[in-house]
Design a protein around this ligand. Sequence first.
Ligand SMILES: [Zn+2]
Length: 479
Amino acid sequence: MKFKTTATKASKLFTLIFTVLLLSFVGYTQPPVIEEKPIVLKNVHVITMTSPGNIIKNATVVIAGSKIKSINEPAPKNAKIIDGKGKWLMPGLIDMHVHVLTDGGPFGPKLPTQGAVMFFDLQDYMTLYNSNAVTTILDLGSRPEHFGQRNEIGKGKVIGPRMALAAMIDGGNGQGRRANTADDGRQAVRSAKAEGYEFIKVYSELNVETYKAIIDEAHKQGLKTIGHIPDAFQGKLNEAFVPDFGMVAHAEELAKHCRDFNEQEAKSMAKLLKDNATWLSPTLTTMEWIASQVRSLDELKALPALKYVHPLLQSKWQVANNYNKMSSPENISRFDKMAKFNLLLVRACKEAGVPIVAGTDAGVSGVVPGFAIHDELALLVKAGLTNEEALASATLLAAQWLGIDKIAGTIEPDKLADLVLLEENPLDDISNTKKIAGVFINGRWLDKAQLNTQLADLAKRNTANRDKFDWLKMMKKPK
Ligand SMILES: [Zn+2]
């Protein structure tokens, strides 16, 4: 057999042969069967989130495999029955702004082949999301290892939420990928797409032309853009609102541009978003935590969920807290003003018809993954959203922006069984989202007892290991 000598043909042929061999000898590993029997939830009130006020009382919901099979249809005979009497079923929550801890830490001396010198347990981390009914997350600073984490969840080795991954592009001497010209910005977008990322995050140090080129190229490549408003737009905020800038990732990205922190400013900013069809993920909970830590670390130290955070991070948050380092009367007052303004901005956005989604910035000190989404929902209501609007911000609307609303975000037959069963109605009181009786994660049922056991075990191990993880000692440079 003669080979054509061009490298492309040879390499294409090689790829083909390799793929055929791989498929025939190795084969695919299919995602595991989650629950062997169908599950029937009986007598449950279903908050479908398909349209305002759409509640199906005393319904029978059948879950088979990873999907919702039917609502109010005859139940299969071999099913496992869960009594939902007096309880409320709603879609699992979506956190639209998180930073998932990477599996390994590059601490200490670095030699080729060494890699990370300590490792985190992915299941321990994802347990925080599971026990808080967060079934989908958008990671806004994704790295290659986040694909690996997602695969572990897909394979069923780890139980955790669905992960959407955004590649971050910054400028100047900023974080991660950097681009300081329009051409480099466009190339960074194309590379990120080729690497598999689904969204682009723009960051603070981008210059004006690069920022605009990134958003334009992302749109051409079919990727949505979310992010910060670069500092280069100081004094000309309106120019940051270019077509296809999909979402502002924090309310403070706008608050930073305030002079008076008043309602008038909130309204004019809301108009910029509305006119540009840009959505808002306000991350109110982050700003509350930043303001709190600028004041003092008392609230952080008293946080009940702190015991679920890895002891190394518990240590870092307390002994190397960047926000607390900024503590001064001026900063205390500035961050308090921003936290208050964020609420005004959310109300103004609601009134202007800007879609608002729930995001927490989980990973920032004080913002505990999973637990924080319930704080965010409460703050959205405090800002002026109705309970139902707050729920939509973490379900239907979030799913729409992510482009997964055909499979998630509402309760309907054939949608994924990412669900939470609540003891009480969250439409009466938003804090009822915390009264979790159980969750379905991709069709897998975890009841309150299981969730509580996992959390208690995690807290016990974290506390027992606390002395082994001193941030300052571990970050000390070796001689
Ligand atoms: Zn963030």
